[in-house]
Ligand binder design. Structure first.
Ligand code: ADP
Ligand code: ZN
Ligand code: ZN
Length: 744
């Protein structure tokens, strides 16, 4: 027997199969999806790979499969999905396979995973930006050191033996990094999954409201009939969507089936998980979260693979959990950007969920208070079943939303970023011992620095982007690559001292709040304050439990949490997102404003104040009224007029590399190939420099195609890229991104 093997590698040239002879004694254990070790290339090199296909003969097969690892094998369905994904997302099959493997086993097999009670854990001691800079500027040269630090950036606090196996370094390497001050190694008891740590009081299903019941009954029919349906639960915050999910899952369990629940990473908090634990207990729930150590994630994965876990709750990649006998897939906050991967493979979890639900013949349930425009369009076109919840389940009122025109403030001579009406409201809230949240989508102190005399703007040395001033450290930082320099007092171009700071970030707002309300206690939450010592969770708990008066934060504060004592939410600058060239900028502004407003007064009547220079913009107007339907109607008309999704797809092809001339050449070649073969339903735009045309010393060009993605289109792009760029593979990376989150 001959097996076609795909090698586990992201090298583009290895994105093909290789034929191997299956030794007789292995024949009965080998099938499509089996993980194998094979001799590869010259010498004794062994690579791992997966069986893609089995056949009787081959003229190429010379070598035998060395070994099979049954425990880490995939199913035939996995392989099929990986093949489809590789084609659709322009990546290697093995890139897709990695998502389906137990965490931490993507590279080598994890053995020696220690079982003792105490263990060494490795923590980063420096900020991410400093580490990236050190790796970049040559302060850290060793590949091993870089590997460890880069891995830690994503997996801080990992169990040391896991780290050693995964990054293939010895403990002494870690010791050196510790000596140099980059990491610390701490001996700690091996804790269990932090999301399952306390005794939870069990609760019972609530009696559903009429609206909830109707939605529940309808989806139950699909569960009963083992039938694939696509559903959208469109219900304002607090309308009881989660309660419906819980009861649907209960139904699924009664039928002996299992459930996958996806939530945005940032909403996946212990509080959120508690609601599931309270209903179903911890034994049958597995949680997949990036905050877990690799070891913990591996354990959760095993719990699923062994069939112990009947419910998986996780972020985007949990859609690949090895669930058997699936009865429902639920995607909460379906409009959230985090469901689209920004790394290879650039998949969208909603597309994968649809594929799996269809295969498994089970319902797919999407839920949101502000569904993605594309999803709502499908609902209106009856391609998705729409369930509407129009009332809050616990009878609280939606908050009152007031818009403050910042232009008026300027006319009246108030230069503060906190308008007088907002100042009054904060004052009143402080008097009443109520809490306030101030939201601003920009971290740092000020967003750019310019010389008043010659117009010089401080920019990053490696990226074409202005530097952000960070007040506490007195530094100017690049938010893209971490490059930083000390604060500038004198213009380096003309020597003028009239160097001014423009734009407002969270640090500046915090300072202003201290000036205006000297006795108020504040707490700030943005990437700069969220480090390991002060996690997300801890900051929010501190705000809630220590009764800080004012929380100032970026996007991070928007989701998931429930603050009973917050009765005022202030949006400092609602327009920040509106001017971006992204076609979804307006949609996101609207979603964010509605979500932020949802933070106020979940129990008591609250107030929301939106500060803006564009009070007449429809996103702001309809956010004020919390009127999604009107927003949708306006937005969909515009999308139609401008031919944007859902009326077509946007395909972005990005070219990156150090040699600008080569990039231009390759980009134009690809463009010509595609353009000359395009039919008239495709709009192909010529390549141009990306809005941020240099990041980390790499130039960036992009071209855009507007059309419906079909297999013909995919083929054309694939062929054009390969043809134009085949010799330039090493110097130029070409990324194809379909409906990207980020157009820059
Ligand atoms: P959503 O997920 O839409 O934001 P939740 O399911 O979290 O809404 O419900 C909001 C609040 O209302 C929660 O405290 C929940 O326990 C409560 N709730 C939901 N459904 C009911 C119901 N049928 N009866 C009473 N309370 C309910
Ligand atoms: Zn100057
Ligand atoms: Zn930079």
């Amino acid at each position: 027997m001959i097996a076609e093997i795909i090698i586990n590698s992201n090298a583009r040239v290895l994105n093909r199969t290789f034929d191997y002879i299956v030794p007789i004694q292995m024949e009965k254990n080998i099938k499509i999806g089996t993980r194998v070790f094979v001799p590869f290339g010259k010498g004794k090199k062994i690579e791992d790979g997966f069986v893609i296909h089995l056949k009787e003969t081959s003229e190429f097969a010379k070598k035998e499969i060395a070994n099979i690892i049954e425990k880490e094998s995939l199913t035939e369905e996995n392989i099929l999905l990986a093949q489809l994904m590789a084609r659709k997302y322009f990546c290697n099959i093995s890139d897709c396979i990695k998502l389906m493997l137990p965490p931490g086993t993507g590279g080598k097999t994890l053995e020696n995973r220690a079982k003792e009670k105490m263990g060494h854990f490795v923590f980063l001691k420096k900020e991410a930006e400093e580490i990236q800079e050190a790796c970049y500027n040559g302060r850290i040269r060793s590949e091993k050191h870089k590997r460890v630090l880069n891995f830690l950036l994503e997996n801080d606090g990992i169990y040391s033996p896991d780290l050693e196996v995964i990054t293939e370094v010895s403990f002494s390497v870690l010791k050196t990094l510790e000596k140099n001050g980059f990491i610390e190694i701490i001996e700690k008891p091996m804790i269990r999954n932090p999301f399952i740590h306390k005794k939870i009081v069990r609760d019972i299903p609530k009696i559903l409201t009429q609206e909830q019941q109707k939605c529940f009954d309808n989806i139950c029919v699909s569960i009963e009939n083992h039938q694939y349906t696509r559903n959208l639960i469109y219900g304002i915050t607090g309308s009881g969507k989660t309660e419906i999910y819980l009861q649907l899952i209960d139904k699924v369990l009664q039928k002996g089936k299992t459930a996958i629940v996806l939530v945005p990473e940032i909403s996946l908090t212990p509080q959120m998980v508690d609601r599931f634990l309270a209903r179903f207990g911890e034994n049958i729930i597995a949680i997949l979260h990036s905050k877990l150590s690799i070891g913990e994630r591996y354990d959760e994965w095993q719990k699923i693979a062994m069939g112990e876990a009947k419910i998986v709750i996780g972020a985007r990649s949990a859609i690949f959990a090895p669930m058997k006998n699936l009865g429902i897939i639920i995607i909460d906050e379906e409009h959230d950007m985090s469901y689209k991967s920004e790394m290879t493979p650039r998949y969208h979890a909603k597309d994968i969920a649809k594929y799996i639900a269809e295969k498994q013949q089970c319902p797919l349930v999407l839920g949101s208070a502000t569904p993605e425009i594309t999803t709502m369009k499908m609902a209106k076109d009856k391609n998705i079943i729409l369930h509407t919840l129009s009332k809050r389940a616990n009878q609280t009122e939606l908050p009152e939303v007031q818009v403050v025109d910042l232009r008026e403030e300027l006319i009246q001579g108030n230069k503060s970023m906190i308008s007088l009406p907002l100042q009054f409201a904060i004052e009143k809230n402080l008097q009443n011992k109520k809490q306030t949240i101030l939201f601003l989508n920009r971290r740092g102190y000020s967003t750019f620095i310019m010389c008043r005399d010659c117009g010089y703007v401080a920019k990053c040395k490696y990226c074409n982007i202005s530097l952000t001033y960070h007040h506490q450290e007195k530094k100017l930082k690049c938010h893209y690559c971490g490059y930083e320099i000390p604060i500038i007092k004198v213009c380096p171009e003309c020597g003028s001292k009239r160097v001014k700071y423009f734009g407002t970030g969270t640090q500046r707002i915090e300072e202003e709040v201290h000036k205006l309300f000297p006795t108020a206690s504040t707490i700030r939450m943005d990437i700069d304050t969220v480090s390991k010592k002060n996690s997300h969770e801890e900051i929010l708990n501190q705000f809630k439990n220590d009764h800080k008066d004012i929380l100032i934060g970026t996007q991070m504060i928007v989701k998931g949490h429930h603050f009973p004592n917050v009765t005022l939410v202030g949006v400092i600058a609602a327009d920040n997102g509106l001017n971006m060239e992204d076609y979804r900028a307006v949609e996101r502004t609207f979603q964010t404003l509605v979500q932020v407003a949802g933070r106020a007064g979940r129990e008591e009547l609250g107030k929301v104040m939106i500060q803006t220079y564009n009070p007449d913009h429809y996103a702001i107007m309809y956010a004020q009224r919390q009127d999604y339907d009107l927003f949708y109607q306006t937005e969909i008309e515009l999308r139609k007029m401008l031919n944007y999704p859902p009326f077509c797809d946007i395909i972005l092809i990005r070219f990156q590399g150090k040699n600008l001339e080569e990039i231009q050449k390759v980009a134009h070649k690809v463009y010509q190939k595609i353009d000359s073969a395009a039919n008239n339903s495709m709009i192909v735009y010529a390549p141009v420099p990306a809005p941020i045309d240099k990041i980390k010393n790499k130039y960036r060009w992009r071209m855009i195609i507007k059309c419906k993605v079909t297999s013909k289109v995919l083929n054309l792009i694939q062929y054009s890229i390969e043809d134009a760029a085949i010799q330039k593979q090493k110097e130029i990376s070409i990324i194809v991104d379909i409906n990207p989150n980020n157009m820059s």
